[in-house]
Design a protein around this ligand. Structure first.
Ligand code: ADP
Ligand code: MG
Length: 698
């Protein structure tokens, strides 16, 4: 085993790149376990942060124990015994004493704990004081310090690391203590001086020391602040650089005069809402400018995003350019195609649909026409991104449902034109906290007003005992000529879950509940052509009820459907529930969303309650974010938050705002971060966000 003294005197940086094996007490076998934690080098070790801390700053004496109050104490094990209570519960008692008295730490039905305590051990105990024949601590938190552990002294804050069972906290702490002691001084300060000064940040050396072994909670807070700031500053720098990069490109200066404007408005069969007008102003400003547009349009389902897209598309075509419209699924691409065809029937716009299942002959023709400019507007799925698809003069890219696509896909489509404008539309409102981080490189427009003539959907939470009544209600709606969606979480019965599935339940509903009604079935395992047929049949009222899995989640427009039943609603996320609800309430009739759900925990019952309380997608999103946290908010891999290890976007929003301002200011002063004082931070940004930045020229 190598000892610390043998570390060669090299530069401070290469010292940090040495294997953890160079630390005293870490042999080849242990270093393998470190490796499994992602710790290979000494630097990894220093940046492996505690997940929690134990407050040992106020150790009390046993004589201070008050019945009913919490106490944290420190003493020696005097004796261990188990006995049987009259209730036949096993009771373990560990007697602990300090110089002022003794107390019994008591656990019920955990006889296996007995082996852990040995007379003479030092223990920390934290719990609530009770009394039996003597003072007790009931089910206290405990930590046993075996032998001579000089590192743990009274009156300190003890780090708790995220470890597996193979490594003890005490051992890890000891190694960490050495690592910090010997190497914290080698960690390079990469933040520019002016940033450190401005925010009164503490220097990185003392950050490392204080995040692991803080002497006070104030020090810990400062260290954490600095680390959170570092993370968010790096992220926002990436955003600022990307945005800067986009802004520096030369885009198309579209000419949108009164003529074009009135021509477009003639094709839109309704008066625009104030919100639509505002967004169109924002978009035309972008399009007219010589910088490429990179704009995110957020608007709840039904808020009228299509009209906005049409405006931008027609303005593009009027300038002699082509437009591409990308949707996340085949069904949606088709529906957009049909909708746009209808809007554009009295125009000269040549429009084509390019989808994955277009047969190859027609596909070839389509691709040829797109290339030669015989087509003005192409609608399609990600098939549009494929290598073979080339445009004659691509001027605008519209992407529906942003978060189904990754940033990389977005850039790929964009690259098919000289420097087309990009408009991304999403019906999943993104809490502001997240839009600043995830889409910080985009300008944002918001449609926060519904077109007139809508009756807000009524949402009702239906518990088990009310289901029959709900079915009677549905029968009444069908008798009035309305249609109904019934959504299940699964396609088929599954062995692992006790959940109702679409296939089985469709059959049951037909036989037992709605024997005279026409029920259609739609699920993700059907072929695209089959799905389309079922959807079209439903749209044309050949079914009264459509039983489905969540694939109807996005986009489909059936104004005559007034009831949305979601079975096992407790299984769905808030945003998903809200999206599903958006499928109804599209006509003028009162619509109802019935949430069948029997949640067994707080979060899922909160979700259902929120749904019954608000129809506002932004509120739903904000609460979803709060309930689930940012990690899960987007569900899919490509939307995991990049590189955030320590920040909590809810809690740390104020720091995010600071970091964002500083980052954007820095990039204004030094657009490529080429100044010597910015080299290190530039390096860090490039390393952390390689994937997202490599398509940019920085
Ligand atoms: P989104 O794409 O945002 O979900 P759509 O663009 O599909 O919403 O619009 C939903 C419905 O509202 C469509 O039937 C559309 O024709 C209608 N609509 C949109 N804007 C208006 C408006 N300003 N006035 C009346 N109806 C509108
Ligand atoms: Mg839409």
């Amino acid at each position: 085993m190598l000892v610390t003294e043998s570390i060669p005197k090299t530069t401070s940086q290469s010292a940090l790149n040495q294997s953890v094996q160079y630390l005293k007490g870490v042999g080849p076998k242990r270093s393998e376990i470190f490796g499994r934690l992602g710790i290979h080098t000494i630097r990894d070790m220093l940046f492996y942060f505690p997940r929690d801390y134990k407050d040992r700053t106020r150790i009390q004496k046993i004589s201070e124990a008050r019945i009913g109050a919490e106490i944290t104490l420190h003493g020696k094990v005097l004796g261990v015994q188990t006995r049987m209570a009259r209730s036949r519960k096993n009771i373990l008692e560990v007697f602990v004493g300090d110089e002022t008295g003794a107390i019994a730490a008591t656990w019920f039905n955990q006889p296996f704990l007995m082996k852990k305590f040995h007379v003479g051990d030092t223990v920390f105990l934290q719990g609530k004081v009770g009394a039996y024949k003597y003072l007790q601590l009931l089910n206290p938190e405990y930590e046993i310090i075996r032998g001579n552990d000089g590192d743990i002294k009274e009156g300190s804050i003890i780090p708790v690391y995220p470890l597996t069972g193979q490594m003890s906290q005490a051992y890890f702490r000891k190694i960490m203590k050495d690592a910090v002691h010997l190497f914290a001084g080698n960690v390079d300060e990469i933040l520019p001086k002016e940033i450190i000064k401005k925010n009164q940040l503490i220097f990185i050396h003392s950050v490392i020391k204080n995040i692991h072994f803080p002497e006070t909670f104030e020090n810990l807070k400062n260290a954490r602040f600095r680390l959170v700031y570092d993370e968010l500053f790096t992220l926002e720098l990436a955003m600022a650089l990307r945005r800067r990069g986009i802004k520096e490109e030369t885009g198309i200066s579209f000419r949108i005069g009164a003529n074009v404007d009135s021509h477009i408005r003639n094709l839109i069969p309704f008066a625009l809402t104030n919100a639509q007008e505002r967004v169109i102003t924002e978009i035309t400003e972008d399009m007219r400018s010589g910088k490429p547009m990179n704009r995110l349009l957020q608007g709840d389902v039904g808020s009228g995003k299509t009209a906005i897209a049409i405006y931008a598309i027609l303005a593009t075509i009027a300038n002699g350019y082509q437009a591409a419209f990308m949707a996340p699924t085949e069904i949606l691409a088709k529906q957009h195609f049909q909708t746009l065809q209808k809007y554009l029937q009295h125009s000269h716009v040549r429009i084509s649909l390019l989808s994955g299942d277009t047969n190859s002959r027609q596909r070839k023709d389509n691709i040829e026409q797109i290339k030669t400019g015989q087509v003005d507007l192409v609608i399609g799925t990600h098939a549009l991104i494929e290598e073979t698809v080339k445009f004659n003069q691509l001027g605008l890219v519209v992407i529906d449902e942003q978060h189904k696509f990754g940033v990389v896909q977005r850039l790929k489509l964009k690259k098919k034109g000289p420097c087309p404008d990009v408009l991304i539309m999403t019906a999943t409102p993104i809490p502001r906290t997240l839009s600043l981080t995830l889409f910080g490189d985009l300008d944002v427009s918001i449609l926060d007003e519904m077109p007139p003539g809508r009756t807000p959907v009524k949402t009702i939470w239906v518990t088990k005992d009310k289901e029959k009544g709900a079915y009677d209600f549905i029968k009444g709606e069908i008798a009035k000529g309305r249609q109904v969606f019934i959504v299940y979480p699964l396609v088929e019965e599954s062995e692992n879950f006790d959940l109702k599935s679409a296939v089985t339940e469709a059959r049951k509903l037909q036989q037992e509940v709605f024997p005279t009604r026409r029920i259609g079935l739609l699920h993700g395992q059907m072929k695209p052509a089959e799905k389309d047929k079922v959807m079209m049949d439903f749209k044309e009222k050949r079914y009264d009820i459509l039983v489905s899995t969540v694939i109807i989640e996005v986009g489909i427009d059936i104004p005559n459907a007034t009831v949305m039943v979601i079975v096992h609603a407790e299984r769905f996320g808030l945003s998903q529930l809200h999206q599903l609800r958006g499928r109804i309430g599209r006509g003028s009739e009162q619509s109802y969303c019935l949430l069948f759900g029997n949640p067994n925990n707080y979060v899922s019952s909160e979700r259902l309650k929120i749904m019954t309380r608000t129809n506002d997608g932004f509120k739903v999103a904000e609460m979803d974010f709060r309930l689930r946290g940012p990690g899960e908010f987007f569900g899919t891999r490509q939307h995991g938050l990049p590189g955030l290890k320590i920040s909590d976007l809810m809690k740390d929003f104020p720091i995010l705002k600071k970091a964002r301002n500083d980052a954007f200011e820095l990039v204004t002063q030094d657009p490529q971060l080429t100044m010597v004082t910015h080299h290190k931070i530039r390096q860090r940004v490039l390393e952390t966000f390689k994937d997202r930045l490599e398509l940019m020229n920085i």
